[in-house]
Write a protein that binds this ligand. Structure first.
Ligand code: DON
Length: 560
């Protein structure tokens, strides 16, 4: 069996010690920390900080570098959320660059004449692609918060695309899974299946078209991608491949700045992703439910049980209420209210697992990586937690010719049909139905934790499991865990449907397993580790910055 954690693997510890006690609440001067899923992206961020850029410039450089070196996870053809802390103003802002449904999208666009979902239609090829948000996000971060022009902050990514880099197993492994879908896209196949065979570990990958697209973004900002020659190539390629994008869809794409969701757990303030992410609301709700129990008084099995029951209830509400707040009214205040959680606790028994279907809500008709995260703190105390995605491995596995841009398959995060679970087995209803221009519901949860102890900047890929991974890391931080321990923590997950607890090997002791099963939980051991968490922490007393990447191997950790 593979060792559970290979601590040597991605642990990036960039601890820098500050010379004196910091003035609160900004981190000590002279200390900065970066944690990303790829060493070349970390290096891009370091270069930009060394050039005098701030955390926001570094975020641009890191996001763009990840688009080049993790083409399976995120990129210009996808979307993202960047949670910012602006130290000079002591405020947070959430930059929402989530994809939107094209103008010609309809609620039943993935159903056949009998009203049944067409297998794979929302996952493969350009019909599965929302209008990308990431390029707009990068342009916005640079223009509104950065100190450097895009020509400088995008330079490391352009160099990586042009000069190439040696591919690793995470990249090549994903290709084996996408071989069938790739046949529909000659431009995708040429890049990743030269001579008809998937790239092998150690091969040099150069992406000239992507470099050209990045240059257009660097030179002209937002319009370099959303109007003019790049936009024309994108739309032509999409339509040729059976998609429905229009030039107007691209020209009208806008980033939205939103208020993050704030909640309290013990002495910790949690600042996290608002709708169209479900992360902040679900985290606040789960922590509120858990707050009603004195965990220290409970045995370990019961503690686990309470956390699982909190997960179940928060994901039930996710399926009912959550969607794009610009289209549907999301009851944020209600769902994050401690009194609402008190109501939820009345159905929670410490001696028995609740059956999900006994909680009224959306239930299926019949029962029967993809994303990346980075965390940065700069010497001025600015922070960024960024999670970006093209959804599942290599997104739609489609590149419009001449662009080098891998398109997302994020449309699958909408509800394809009420009662039909999506690729992450998530359910949803009207609130997350497809409408032109609407953002599909997300689980991406870039998060800040703040307390007397200091600050933690965190997040992870992992689809529906993102939120529960951030929950477990938050509970660990509340117990005193450091950045490395937060990322190494064995994980378990419940999402209301399917009514089961998925857990990583080693997450539960034999006694806990027996105990949880006796309470009525169905436990399913995951064949793979999940997540790829990146955490940067700042310790208020010492001024110490610690950055840790997930010790799980990237290839094991990013998709399930
Ligand atoms: O936005 C979401 O919730 C998903 N599209 C994220 C996908 C993801 O994390 C895949 N990675 N493992």
């Amino acid at each position: 069996m593979k060792p559970l954690f290979r601590l040597s693997c991605l642990l990036v510890l960039l601890a820098v010690f500050a010379p004196q006690l910091p003035a609160e609440p900004a981190p000590a001067r002279h200390a900065a920390g970066i944690a990303t899923a790829h060493p070349l992206a970390t290096r891009a961020g370091e270069e930009i900080l060394a050039l005098g850029g701030n955390a926001f410039d570094a975020a641009v450089a890191i996001s763009a570098a990840l688009a080049v070196v993790e083409p399976y996870g995120s990129g210009l053809g996808g979307g993202g959320f960047w949670l910012l802390h602006i130290a000079s103003e002591q405020r947070e802002v959430f930059v929402d660059a989530r994809e939107t449904a094209p103008g010609a999208a309809t609620p039943d666009m993935y159903l056949d004449a009998e009203g049944q979902p067409v297998p794979g239609a929302s996952l493969n090829g350009p019909l599965a692609s929302g209008i990308p948000g990431s390029p707009a996000g990068l342009a916005h971060l640079a223009a509104a918060y950065g100190r450097l022009p895009l020509t400088e902050s995008l330079a490391p990514a352009i160099a990586l695309a042009e000069q190439g880099f040696r591919v690793d197993e995470s990249l090549t492994r994903g290709l084996r899974f996408r071989a069938n879908a790739a046949r529909r896209s000659p431009a995708f196949s040429e890049l990743f299946y030269p001579g008809g065979q998937p790239l092998e570990d150690g091969a040099l990958l150069r992406q000239h078209d992507l470099a050209r697209t990045l240059r257009a973004l660097a030179a002209e900002g937002h319009d370099g991608f959303y109007r003019g020659p790049v936009a024309e190539l994108l739309v032509a390629g999409v339509r040729e491949g059976g998609g429905i994008w229009s030039l107007d869809d691209l020209a009208s794409y806008r980033v939205v700045e939103r208020e993050p969701v704030r909640s309290r757990f013990r002495d910790i303030t949690l600042i996290s992703a608002p709708p169209p992410s479900s992360g902040g609301i679900a985290l606040a709700n789960m922590l509120n439910i858990i707050s009603g129990f004195d965990l220290d008084e409970l045995d370990q099995t019961t503690r686990r049980h309470i956390v699982i029951e909190a997960m179940r209830r928060a994901y039930r509400d996710r399926s009912i209420w959550l969607g794009d707040p610009d289209f549907v009214e999301v009851p944020v205040a209600l769902l994050t209210d401690p009194n609402y959680a008190a109501g939820q606790r009345t159905s929670l028994r410490t001696d028995r697992a609740t059956r999900s279907k006994h909680l009224s809500g959306i239930w299926p008709e019949t029962e029967g990586d993809d994303t990346t995260h980075f965390s940065v703190i700069d010497t001025e105390g600015n922070r960024v937690a960024g999670t970006m995605s093209i959804n599942t491995w290599y997104g739609a596995a489609f590149v419009p010719p001449g662009t080098g841009v891998i398109l997302n398959n994020e449309m699958d995060d909408f509800v394809i049909k009420p009662g039909v679970p999506n690729g992450f087995q998530l359910l949803g209803g009207e609130a997350n139905a497809i409408e032109p221009g609407k953002r599909m519901l997300s689980s991406m949860s870039p998060t800040f934790l703040e307390s007397a102890r200091g600050v933690a900047v965190l997040g992870t890929p992992g689809g529906s499991r993102i939120i529960t991974m951030v929950l477990l890391a938050t509970l660990a931080w509340a117990e005193g865990a450091d950045a490395a321990a937060m990322t190494a923590l064995p994980r378990f997950h419940h999402q209301y449907f399917p009514d089961q607890v998925v857990f990583e090997p080693g997450a539960f002791s034999a006694e806990e397993r027996r105990g949880l099963e006796a309470l009525g939980h169905r436990l399913v051991e995951s064949p793979r580790l999940f997540g790829n968490m990146q955490v940067v922490t700042w310790d208020r007393a010492s001024g110490r910055i610690e950055a840790a990447g997930d010790p799980r191997r990237a290839d094991e950790g990013e998709i399930y």
